[in-house]
Design a protein around this ligand. Sequence first.
Ligand code: DMJ
Length: 656
Amino acid sequence: SDTSAHYKRGAEKADGGSSGGRSGRSGGGLPGVSASGMGLRLSQKFVFLLFLSGLVTLCFGALFFLPDSVRLKRIFLSKTEIQPVTVGSGSENDVREHLKRPKEQGMTSAKGETGTKGKSLSRKPSVSHEATEERLAGGKAQEDLTLSRSKTESASERATSSDRGANSDTFSYQKFRGCLLKAPLGRDNGKPGDPQTNERREKVKEMMKFAWDNYKRYAWGKNELRPLTRNGHIGNIGASIIDSLDTLYIMGLMEEYNDAKEWVQTNLDLNSNGEASLFEVNIRYVGGLLSAYYLTGEELFKNKAMELGEKLLPAFNTPTGIPRGVINLGSGTIWSWGWASAGSSILAEFGTLHLEFVHLTELSNNPVYTEKVMNIRKLLNKIEKPHGLYPNFLSPVSGNWVQHHVSIGGLGDSFYEYLIKSYLMSDKTDDDAKRMYYGALEAIEANLVQKSPGGLTYMAEWRGGILDHKMGHLACFSGGMIGIGADDGAPEKRQHYLDLAAEITHTCHESYTPTKLGPEAFRFDGGAEATATRLSDRYYILRPEVIESYMYMWRLTHDPKYREWGWEAVEALEQHCRVESGFSGIRDVYTMTVSHDNMQQSFFLSETLKYLYLLFSDDDLLPLEDWVFNTEAHPLPIIRKSCLQDETTQDKTVSK
Ligand code: DMJ
């Protein structure tokens, strides 16, 4: 009713305006209108028809472009509402997707495939009921840090001592620690020697505490904080808590970390009948819990991760084994996103499971997880790829591509990321992943990488051979990705890859203006040079990708400009996104008087602030020799098979 009242007011205003202006002439009739007032002259009919057809074309055009820059941010869908309960839904694209969903959902033929809930599992990991660890009382942050870390260390010692009596089949935390080349948190928790850098790092820590405290105060247990209205965004599965565990831990915010841990222990309900995005649950929850386990040795996190992993298995019960995008965690029913063409699965979704699933096999000693992701890879290897490229939509029934849209940004992005990271995480033994990554990169370079008239290197999108000269903010992660993969490329290409990584990162930095924050998508045509030309692309939802590339490029080159660019971003976040009760995305990065979107995304806590903190830390905080970051910035250790199987391996840090 609000809408119709608004519409009526608008119509009245228009009427009033025109009648007032025309009334003087109305006695003689309006020019061009016949005496009856109903008929129109031929020329007017023509103009009217022209206008109508223009409008129709515009609408079709808009529909065509709708899914382009969508990052599918849904995690848990509500049981009762047709529209999904989302995480990360601050994006206008997501809102548009929601609007499309109700109608299309009914048309999704795939809805309703039921999985054989975890049949193949030999044993069911139980939820940990270990007693809640006593929370540390008060004290200053620094005291907490020392005290609590030693408490957590004793947790990892507990884990290791229980390992000793365990069946040799089960994962040994002690051995895992012994196989790390360096202590995960470095010599001095990554504290940089240079005072200015340290001050900057402390500032980032303060931002994390501020974001966390407000989330805790106003939205505890909800998925995300709405900082303007001071409440939680729909969804009660604590996405911000799981996403924050490792960030709080590495920053030494131990009181906060312990609150988060206690919530996981007592409130994380994985038996809910909620419907979930396989991709989002995997990267945020499985990834977040795995990282928390590997960093702290707390069995609780391992058990929760394995319990969740088992619940995701029915998603793979399709004719090809390519999982569908949505799953009901209670019943195991699966279906495809209503908006994905012809019930297809999304490359960036089914292609972003590998790291976590391999670790689930490591921890559970159950090969089923690795088998599932290896099967995806096998199919991708088998099917024909247009120009060597991987399109974004694939049918889980026929195993064929559904459309020829290729993007290194939304819908495609983390598939490429997981290829190179699978190789790195396997201690460089997964040659298949290596071959696929460099093959894909070659095809991307040949078909998508472009240079703008102004000399900026960018990744265009590809639609059946036609280039769309736009780059999404999401695609900016590729600077870092190409950077970390440079060293393992063909010797003659190594420097080239490093240069390409630096150029892409530079382009993304160029898009951060004038607020020093960047738009959701920017273009390189019609005279545009890394600028958003559509109003609807001008928003910034606290995304991490540009900062992520700064962090990797800093680690790889130690060029001080990356730290300077990171600091620019910190200042901009403080100036434009910090509000009284948290951080919020903004609707237009090109106006200095910003309008806030009222969402503190959970990836701001897991990624944006973590990457900034790492950027201002020494390289020995989560060293890249030992860790890869999943696509939600949750660190996962490199698996050193031979070391892990060696009887004599000892945890150097514990014995020390
Ligand atoms: C995060 O959820 C992940 O990084 C994902 O892969 C894509 N980007 C969002 C944040 O922008």
